[in-house]
Design a protein around this ligand. Structure first.
Ligand code: ZN
Length: 286
């Protein structure tokens, strides 16, 4: 039998979904344990003591018991709720995007203090009213750093030559950044990056967030920078595909323990087995 172990941690909810009759499974970002998968049993019942506290867009203090597949939530307190952030649909959607990228970037149970601090800071910025697009780009650039994949915006990634400010470069995420005009070739043609967008990418790497907030940028440059960072992050994260692991794990758990089916994946067979009490040893995660 695995040792039952209680621990408490600060946490931010990265994702969540309903599970079984009244439970909820969540992915939490914590400083000391990185990403952990937890189950909140009975949380969807009106009488649950956990209900209303185990929410996204807040910094939480969570007490857990270590489990085999999921850690089990026993207590939750809200340390800080980013309430102003929740007033804006765009800020809220950006906060979920920030969480999703963090979720996809992290291994389970590996300390992630810098990323925890980065997500918390981004939420603070959104809460303070920073334009969501600026907060998102600022976060993406620092997340790339955390992943050890800082985009190269100064030197050509093909020949290592320092690129002049007015040169027409191409943006090739698969190579890690900009490519100078000497290497134009097949597949490079659609990747042109304007000098304005390159300047802004450099600003996101070098300037503090207050200075970034004050930049006056043409909308088309903001859109170009957004597309550039999105394609870069998509590539950086695809190199270590982790995003489907959560789902795969849940499905594996479901197969092993019919009692804890995922709501969407519940089959009549599962339910019949459940009714007959064929739930193995009846052990719950933890
Ligand atoms: Zn070059």
């Amino acid at each position: 039998m695995p040792e039952r172990r209680l621990f408490t941690t600060d946490a931010i909810v990265l994702s969540r979904f309903d599970y079984g009759e009244a439970d909820r499974v969540l992915s939490l970002l914590t400083p000391g344990h990185g990403k952990i998968k937890v189950i909140a049993k009975g949380i969807r019942r009106p009488t649950s003591r956990l209900g209303g506290s185990l929410e996204p867009l807040a910094e939480l203090r969570v007490a857990l018991v270590r489990g085999r597949t999921f850690d089990v939530v026993t207590q939750v307190a809200i340390v800080h709720a980013w309430l102003r952030l929740r007033d804006s649909l765009e800020a809220t959607a950006t906060a979920w995007y920030v969480a999703e990228l963090a979720d996809r970037s992290l291994e389970e149970r590996h300390p992630a203090e810098p990323l925890y601090a980065l997500v918390r800071r981004t939420y603070e910025l959104l809460d303070a009213g920073l334009a969501p697009a600026r907060a998102a780009r600022w976060y993406e650039m620092r997340l790339a750093d955390e992943l050890g994949q800082r985009p190269e915006v100064d030197r050509c990634v093909e020949c290592d030559r320092l690129v002049e400010p007015e040169e027409r470069v191409r943006w090739i995420p698969g190579l890690g950044g900009i490519v100078c005009p000497r290497h134009a070739g097949p597949g490079h043609d659609e990747a042109g990056l304007s000098t304005g967008a390159l300047r802004v990418l450099k600003a996101y790497q070098r300037m503090d967030v207050e200075a970034i907030a004050g930049l006056r940028l043409p909308p088309e440059v903001e859109r170009e920078v957004e597309a550039a960072m999105r394609s870069f992050l998509a590539y950086a994260l695809e190199r270590e595909p982790r995003s489907r692991r959560f789902l795969d794990e849940v499905r594996a758990t479901e197969a092993a323990r019919p009692r804890f089916d995922v709501t969407e994946g519940t089959t009549t067979d599962d339910r019949r087995r459940d009714e007959r009490g064929e739930t193995g040893d009846g052990a719950s995660p933890g």
